[in-house]
Design a protein around this ligand. Sequence first.
Ligand code: PGA
Length: 251
Amino acid sequence: MRKPLIAGNWKMNLLVVDAVKLVEGLKPLVREVSGVDIVVCPTFTTLYAVGQALKGSNIELGGQNCYVKDSGAFTGEISPQMLLDVGCTWTIIGHSERRQYFKESDAILNEKLKFALASGLKVMFCIGETLEERQSGEMDNVLRRQVTEGLKGLSEAGFDRVAVAYEPVWAIGTGVTATPEQAEEAHAFVRGLLKAQFGGNVSDKVRIQYGGSVKGDNARELMAKPNVDGALVGGASLKADGFAAIVKGAI
Ligand code: PGA
């Protein structure tokens, strides 16, 4: 049985005061929850304050991205070491917004994944097809490429600290959620890819989160599917009660 993983991706939202308020509101709502890994991924500028507020709670802290060096002349970048330094245990890598707006390729994402893991972080590695790719019948090829290239070279042990987030781009921030059946079909396909590339031990243990317009009222039926092991939540993670409802949908 894979332990559900529910993460909030706050994206480029919230100033320090509101970020701290959000987690102060969230903590009591999920305090009694066990058997679920809960993570919030705030902006870089709020990580430290949120990390302080989360001390002693059952909520982990994550970054939304990081670079492939520890330090140096890389203006505007953040290293895994810096995320660890402010209390992060996780980072997201390869979110579709990074792929789309910041032109991050499978090759750089593979490098980022390996560097973050080697630095000691756990990684939520995002994949997913656009609407155009789905409609033109390219979905399987896109997911295959993202898995093959993105996860290339990982060891079986490395997968203890990797979760894959399947996020169909057409469902992100649109209010259009994949149906539980569509999610299950894609997740089963991705698990099959993992099995073919890395073997059954890996495909059995890797958690595959669903992301794309997850809310309190659709989370439970999505996560009831056998291959859906949690959620990566954008918009709905910005409200404590909404995010707590999703966390409870995983129990
Ligand atoms: P959304 O975003 O829940 O707002 O659709 C999900 C994501 O981008 O991770």
